[in-house]
Write a new protein. Structure first.
Lengths: 375, 304, 411
């Protein structure tokens, strides 16, 4: 934190704390069925996966499109691990197969294992794939994600993955308890905490010497190599870490959705995450987070009326029919991509120093490059 | 061997037919990539739109009018997409253009979703192509026989165009070196437009053949074929037209053999069909690892 | 500095306040665009009656879009016939809240939470078992009862107390179909095709195989992946494995392709399917082709002349409705079931004497109703309808209509 004043850091922490307090208060005061909680939970989960993708694409310069595959691994590992043994042994979920897994774990272990499983696959896949460059890497990772999806749907693995059928009845957000008590933990706050801790770890990594090595590779591979950075080692590391967090976010998604199925992790899902990263700004952690919430809020909440016959008070059953929401949404995205190709934040972070300066108007607004703290 | 072929002719025929249709789409990918270094994710959706145009137009017009009309409209669509979504980003980082392609693909799919109301549309039957024929004991549609022939004819025409015409020469020059050819006075934008026009035209032809065989168009019917055709283009060596064609045929045939696996090879169980799509990607990864330039790709020092 | 903190605080407060104060998302009553229906819809808000909301959780796009739309039409027609309900002496206006689950399990949770946040008292749907199973926990967490209309997979209601259903189940339907194949058609080897990861087709095939093998037959099973449109190889598999009947209870979208390719590949064996195929989409696809399609279903057109003619008049009154019904005025079984489900839900409200979800959920167990598709009463184990009759229909490829075959009753 070279030139950053301590004060700025404290403000950033304060702002983050405020957000958490706001979420906690909101959860205690507003009806739990309000759509805002859907947006907050899903937004937090997408923030995490978008930041993990940004670590690869924005900070290391590796154009990988395998995020959906790693989320799938995370989601399945989590659901297999945390599904209570009693459920596995009956026909409730494993209808056509006898479950081969005879243990269950808690939520925390499940989340960590989800990340580890994704990281392990990433390590294996990384060996051949990371030698490829640019578009070729992108295609190969898409290919791997599709292969992973097929493997998880294979009926030979049915005793583990339940074939291609839905996984459910594992521990979900309503099963989270405050430690050592039986009181349920506020679910939205839990997602925020889990995603927040992971994002904080990624930010720490980006600001460490490894993070600087990643950025050096992104800016110029040859120069980085000449400086003594082991290219393959660092790429593999970035790939594994990114996949770890993608796995965790997959597990969180499974918790949020109550049910999970391999078929949903299509390449379209990766594109969606990529769009979030681009809208937020490639190489900006805070941008990815803000874009995730905006993206989810727009698609799940603000534009819903477009599908349901009424929008901004205008009623028209023939115009606002099913599918219009996504049509309008994709036009908005296209406009952003064409006219704000740098995204909301570019490669900058929200910086309170910058905000203060803008406020006081003493100096021209200058935002700190890199190394900022996300809010 | 002959007996084996005879017994499984129907699988191989389907494979060749779908391979030919993939080939026509794959050429669009390979040409655009060769020139712009852009994976045109929207190409599969252009193919789907061509299918939808046919559905809507043929509801009021006779087939003889619809076919040329669809060809023209698809070409216009491809041209407009290039002008609207890719040209403004010519100097932007390559990633932005690719995102723009993903955005267009998303837009076309959602537009189709909205206008079709999310339901599958039945593709009109084109009189002669839809006829049933019997070849050596296997029955199939006429289109199965027509596809490989038509594909080869079009590929030969295209190769001649690229080899002997001025614009073809310009295309080759641009794909070799974008900057230098611009310095040499080649109208880059014209060349790129021509590339998109040719690609869209072939996609439109491909869509007619494909949907005659599989007569239902949905908003996502372009995405899987699109991805597979791109894989075919990479497999054959991106930038190489014969490579794309051969890659497409290999993928089309392999896919159908896997689907018929339980009957052809007798290995039981339904599990293998799960991998009919995944196999395509496995093939892709193997070729990328072993020979990153693909079967017929030119050697290049810089793949970045 | 202080200014900044103050403004930040104010911002957070404003945001949270706005979030609290924001009304439920713009979920509106569905407006059947028919002139008469629209009039009814506009009349309703004018009256000062309290409103009770019924959620329609159905696909309007995707694989099952066609069927979902027809099922929705049934509910809308019922609402057109009877837009109010008297509960405990108070007349309530019934408002329908529609949401599209896009036939996709991953869209299920957010579609379901849209309904939940709109404040519905009871949910009807969905066509397609997978989306029902996937959304079930969301409704359960919110304590909202659901009435499955045509989702036949046992897992929908199994082991929970909030999901009910008014149709028969797959173990029953699978047995009926297996009996039909083995006894009526007299075949001993069946080819079964289901969609990978689809609970409906996978489940029905599973029960069919069990019953068929118990009778002494053998089965060859295959699955096709999502997004597949090339069925020629599967048809060849069926031919080459010397099967005598082709069982493929898949979505109507895949069904169109299967019928088309069955003809071009000269399948040469009868096709059997479940309730999804009872749709005019299938009739239109099979018309004029040499295919032999037989399906089991919930309701045969003509069983209740009053309902049929009323529905036909209503659906013909408006182009949008007609388009949603697949372009003609055939009465699909799912439409009749949707119609019954609406009245079944009203009956439960009357019995509960309340519009509170919890009260309706408790009352549903004992609700009975005489519907157009037959009497409806629920068992006390899972809340499934006690039904033991399936109707069998055969597609007439010349007239493009269904020919009724003798209905099958078991037990």
């Amino acid at each position: 934190m070279k030139k950053k004043s301590k004060l700025e850091l404290w403000i950033a922490f304060g702002a983050i704390a405020l957000i958490y307090i706001a979420v906690a208060v909101l959860e205690q005061t507003v009806d739990a069925n309000h759509i805002i909680f859907t947006v907050l939970k899903k937004g937090a989960i997408y923030s995490l996966v978008a930041v993990s993708m940004n670590l690869l694409n924005g900070f290391t310069g590796l154009f990988s499109l395998g995020q959906a595959g790693f989320m799938l691994i995370g989601a399945y590992t989590y659901s297999i691990f945390t599904m209570p043994v009693e459920v596995k042994m009956t026909e409730q979920v494993y209808k056509y197969y006898a479950s081969a897994i005879h243990f269950d774990t808690g939520i925390f272990i499940g989340l960590v294992c989800a990340g580890l499983a994704a990281a392990l696959f990433a390590a294996l896949i990384g060996l051949p794939v990371l030698r490829l460059k640019s578009d070729y890497l992108a295609i190969a990772t898409i290919g791997f994600a599709e292969i992973i999806r097929a493997i998880f749907q294979w009926d030979v693995l049915g005793p583990v993955t339940n074939g291609a059928n839905v996984m459910r009845e594992y521990l979900d957000l309503t099963d989270v308890k405050i430690p050592f008590t039986d009181i349920p933990f506020p679910p939205t706050l839990y997602v925020f905490l889990a995603a927040g801790v992971c994002i904080a770890l990624i930010v720490l990594l980006i600001n460490s010497s490894y993070g600087r090595a990643f950025k050096a590779i992104r800016d110029d591979e040859i120069a980085a190599e000449a400086m003594g950075i082991n290219l393959f080692k660092h790429k593999e590391m970035s790939f594994i870490i990114s996949s770890f967090f993608a796995g965790v976010s997959g597990a969180l998604l499974a918790m949020y959705q109550y049910t999970v199925q391999a078929a949903q992790f299509k390449s379209a899902m990766t594109y969606e995450i990529l769009l979030i990263v681009v809208i937020g700004g490639i190489g900006s952690v805070s941008g990815s987070c803000i874009a995730s919430f905006l993206y989810i809020a727009a698609s799940e909440w603000w534009l819903r009326g477009l599908d349901m016959g009424k929008f901004l008070g205008i009623e028209s059953a023939s115009l606002f029919r099913s599918g219009f929401r996504r049509f309008v949404f994709s036009i908005i995205i296209m406009l952003i991509v064409l006219f704000f190709s740098k995204g909301l934040m570019g490669d900058k972070e929200i910086s309170f120093g910058g905000l203060i300066r803008r406020f006081n108007r003493n100096k021209p607004a200058k935002t700190a490059k890199g190394g900022g703290i996300d809010a | 061997m002959l007996d084996f072929l005879h017994a499984n002719l129907s699988y191989i025929l389907s494979g060749i037919s779908v391979g030919g249709q993939y080939a026509l789409i794959a050429i669009g990918y390979t040409m655009v990539y060769g020139i712009l270094r852009l994976i045109n994710f929207a190409h599969g959706d252009v193919f789907m739109c061509a299918g939808l145009m046919m559905v809507y137009l043929s509801a009021t017009l006779p087939v003889t009018v619809t076919i040329p009309l669809v060809l023209v409209m698809t070409v216009v669509l491809g041209f407009l997409i290039e002008r609207a979504a890719y040209k403004p980003l010519r100097t932007a980082p390559r990633m932005s253009v690719m995102i723009s392609a993903i955005g267009i693909s998303y837009l076309l799919q959602n537009a189709a979703l909205y206008f079709t109301g999310g339901l599958a549309k039945v593709y009109p039957s084109i009189p002669w192509l839809s006829q049933t024929v019997t070849i050596w004991g296997s029955t199939t549609k006429m289109v199965t026989v027509v596809t490989p022939v038509l594909t080869l004819v079009l590929v030969i025409l295209l190769s001649l165009l690229i080899k002997y015409t001025k614009v073809g020469m310009a295309m080759r020059a641009v794909s070799k070196d974008f900057e230098t050819s611009r310095l040499m006075g080649i109208q880059i934008n014209t060349v790129i437009s021509v590339t998109f026009v040719i690609g869209s035209f072939l996609a439109a032809v491909g869509s007619m053949l494909y949907f005659t065989n599989y007569a239902s168009v949905t908003p996502v019917s372009g995405s899987m074929p699109g991805l597979k055709c791109f894989v075919a283009a990479v497999f054959g060596g991106i930038g190489s037209i014969p490579g794309a064609v051969i890659g497409a045929f290999i993928i089309g045939i392999a896919e159908n053999i896997i689907k018929g696996g339980s009957s052809i090879f007798g290995f039981g169980g339904s599990g293998w069909t799960t991998f009919s799509d995944a196999f395509t990607f496995a093939l892709l990864i193997i070729i990328l690892v072993v020979k990153p330039t693909g079967l017929f790709g030119e050697k290049s020092t810089d793949k970045a | 500095m202080k200014k900044l903190v103050a403004i930040l605080l104010a911002l957070v407060l404003v945001v949270s306040f706005a979030a609290c104060a924001a009304p439920a998302p713009a979920a509106t009553e569905t407006e059947p665009a028919a002139d008469s229906a629209a009039a009814a819809a506009t009349e309703a808000p004018a009256s000062s009656n309290p409103v009770v909301k019924i959620g329609i959780y159905e696909p309007a796009s995707g694989d099952n879009g066609a069927g979902g739309k027809q099922e929705t039409l049934g509910v809308e027609y019922a609402n057109f016939v009877s837009p109010t309900v008297d509960i405990n002496g108070t007349t309530y206006d019934v408002q329908l809240v529609k949401v599209d689950n896009e036939s996709s399990n991953d869209k299920a949770a957010s579609a379901a939470s849209t309904l939940v946040s709109a404040g519905v008292s009871v949910v009807l749907g969905s066509y397609g078992s997978g989306v029902s199973i996937a959304a079930s926990p969301t409704f359960e967490a919110a304590g909202i009862p659901c009435i499955g209309i045509t989702c036949t997979n046992p897992q929908v209601t199994e082991g929970n107390t909030h999901y009910f259903r008014i149709c028969f189940l797959d173990p029953f339907q699978g047995t009926v179909l297996a009996n039909y194949a083995f006894t009526t058609l007299g075949v001993t080897k069946a080819y079964c095709l289901s969609k990978l990861g689809d609970d409906y087709s996978g489940g029905l095939v599973n029960y069919f195989v069990k019953a068929f093998e118990a009778l002494g037959g053998t089965c060859v099973q295959d699955t096709f992946p999502d997004g597949n449109s090339d069925f020629t190889s599967y048809i060849n598999n069926a031919k080459n494995s010397e099967c005598k009947v082709f069982f493929s209870p898949v979505s109507t979208e895949a069904a169109q392709l299967i019928i088309d390719q069955a003809e071009s590949q000269t399948l040469g064996m009868p096709i059997l399917a479940g309730d999804t195929w009872d749709s005019n989409v299938i009739l239109q696809a099979a018309k004029g082709k040499s295919v032999d399609v037989t399906v089991t279903t919930f309701y045969p057109e003509g069983a209740n002349a009053e309902f049929d003619s009323g529905f036909k008049t209503w659906v013909n009154s408006d182009a949008t409705l007609l388009a949603n019904n697949g372009g003609d005025d055939t009465v699909a079984a799912v439409t009749a079931m949707g119609y019954d489900a609406y009245f079944f839900a009203l009956e439960a409200m009357k019995k509960a004497a309340s519009v509170e979800p919890a009260a309706i959920m408790a009352a549903l167990w004992g609700t009975t109703y005489e519907g157009v598709s037959g009497p409806i009463a629920l068992d006390q184990v899972n809340g499934d309808a006690i039904r033991n009759t399936a109707y069998v229909k055969h597609a007439n490829t010349e007239t493009g209509a269904w020919d009724a075959l003798p209905a099958v009753t078991i037990g």
